[in-house]
Design a protein around this ligand. Structure first.
Ligand code: M6P
Ligand code: ZN
Length: 189
C-alpha cells in the first residue's frame, strides 16, 4: 500500500467500511478448540453459531506495512467454556501486536513459545501489548459482544497449527462468581 487511505470504523459494533476481507468463524470450524466435544457437536447440529467475525483491511503482507483489523467475539459458551478465537502464534514469530478493546469484557489469554502463560483483562479502553513469541486468544467473558481493534506488522502472518494441535495450557471457564482460569486437562506440553 503506497497511497494513504481511510476506513470508517464503528466504535460500537467494530464494523469497518469498506469491509475488506471478512472472516466468519462458526463453531463447526473450531469444534476441537473446546473441551466439551459433545456440547460442541450438539450446538453444531442445532444452529452452528457464529463464534466471531474479523474485519480485515487489505494491506500487503510485507515488512514495513501494518495490518489492522477488528474482531467481534459474540457472547456465549460451549459447555462451561466461553466463546473465544482460535488463537495463533505469528508465522514470523518475532513480531508483536497491540489490541485496543472497544466494547465488552474479555480475557486475553497468551502463552509464550517457552511455556509461560499470561492473562490480561479486556475492557473498553484496555490497550494490551502482546510481545513477540506469545500466542494469543481473545475470550468473551461478558454478556455483550467483545469488540477489539488490532494492529500488527504487515508480514507477521498467522500460525494456527500449534494451537490447533495442542491448545493453550490454560482454559477459561464460567465459575459461580465469574470466569476461572484452569489448567487444560488435555494439554500435553
Ligand atoms: C485479532 C487479530 C487478528 C486475528 C483475530 C482472530 O483481531 O489478532 O490477526 O485474526 O484476532 O483471531 P484468530 O486469527 O486467532 O482466529
Ligand atoms: Zn496476532
Amino acid at each position: 500500500m503506497d497511497v494513504p487511505f481511510n476506513v470508517s470504523l464503528d466504535l460500537k459494533t467494530g464494523e469497518m467500511k469498506p469491509e475488506g476481507i471478512m472472516v466468519v468463524r462458526r463453531l463447526s470450524q473450531m469444534r476441537g478448540a473446546f473441551q466439551d466435544h459433545d456440547a460442541a457437536e450438539r450446538m453444531v447440529a442445532e444452529s452452528d453459531p457464529v463464534i466471531y467475525r474479523v474485519y480485515n483491511v487489505v494491506v500487503p503482507e510485507e515488512s514495513g506495512q501494518l495490518q489492522f483489523c477488528t474482531s467481534i467475539i459474540y457472547p456465549g459458551r460451549v459447555g462451561d467454556e466461553y466463546f473465544m478465537t482460535k488463537g495463533h502464534f505469528h508465522q514470523k514469530i518475532e513480531t508483536a501486536e497491540v489490541y485496543l478493546t472497544l466494547q465488552g469484557q474479555g480475557l486475553l489469554l497468551m502463552q509464550s513459545d517457552d511455556g509461560r502463560v499470561a492473562t490480561l483483562d479486556m475492557f473498553p479502553g484496555s490497550t494490551s501489548y502482546i510481545p513477540p513469541r506469545w500466542a494469543h486468544r481473545s475470550i468473551n467473558v461478558g454478556s455483550v459482544p467483545l469488540v477489539l481493534y488490532a494492529v500488527y506488522p504487515g508480514d507477521a502472518g498467522h500460525n494456527y497449527g500449534i494451537i490447533e494441535e495442542k491448545g493453550f495450557s490454560k482454559i477459561v471457564v464460567a465459575g459461580p462468581c465469574g470466569p476461572v482460569v484452569m489448567n487444560n486437562p488435555r494439554y500435553s506440553g
